[in-house]
Design a protein. Structure first.
Length: 173
């Protein structure tokens, strides 16, 4: 008998989203507009905003045609933390709807005509792993850029990125 992994899959995404939101909530205000070394036209704000916008793009590409509402993107050059945190919550709900759609359809997100890249297998496990890996990559970028700029996060923040049990409890619906 195959176990129902619905709760595990959705809770894993919720925890990953909470880790992302935790980092955004703890970014020092002065760091938000700091340019990325080697890419001076890019800022921490833009990397953080990209997380939400990438989610919106995937929801639009994979789910809009199948009835998943697409959240509004943010302006990566102007978004503030107070605007981004609720936006991340909205796009997280969209990702949950997309994953739920796949779970309800036998573990695969149906192929939408707008999905032309076709480099991501559409089984729910691969989609979840891709989304979590993408966010972890950019969280790591933010921490590394902060260090390069001489701003080390307190241990409670960098350690908090790895406290998934605590973040999972915070993320429970």
């Amino acid at each position: 008998m195959i176990p129902d992994l619905r709760a595990t899959i959705l809770d894993t995404w919720r925890t990953s989203n909470r880790v992302t939101v935790f980092l955004v909530e703890h970014l020092p205000a002065g760091l938000w507009t700091s340019p990325v070394p080697g890419a001076p036209r890019r800022t921490i704000r833009m990397i953080a905003g990209h997380l939400h916008n990438a989610r919106c793009m995937w929801i639009k590409t994979l789910g809009q045609e199948l009835g998943v509402p697409v959240p509004r993107s943010v302006d990566r050059r102007r978004v503030g933390r107070k605007e981004l945190v609720p936006a991340l919550e909205r796009s997280s709900r969209g990702i949950i709807r997309l994953l739920t759609l796949g779970i309800d359809r036998g573990g695969r997100i149906p192929l939408a005509s707008t999905y032309t890249w076709r480099n991501l297998p559409l089984d729910v496990g691969h989609v979840l792993a891709y989304f979590v890996a993408h966010e972890a990559h950019h969280r790591g970028q933010i921490v590394l850029v902060a260090r390069a700029l001489g701003c080390r996060f307190p241990p409670a923040v960098t350690g908090g990125l790895w406290q998934w049990t605590k973040r999972a409890a915070e993320a429970r619906p």
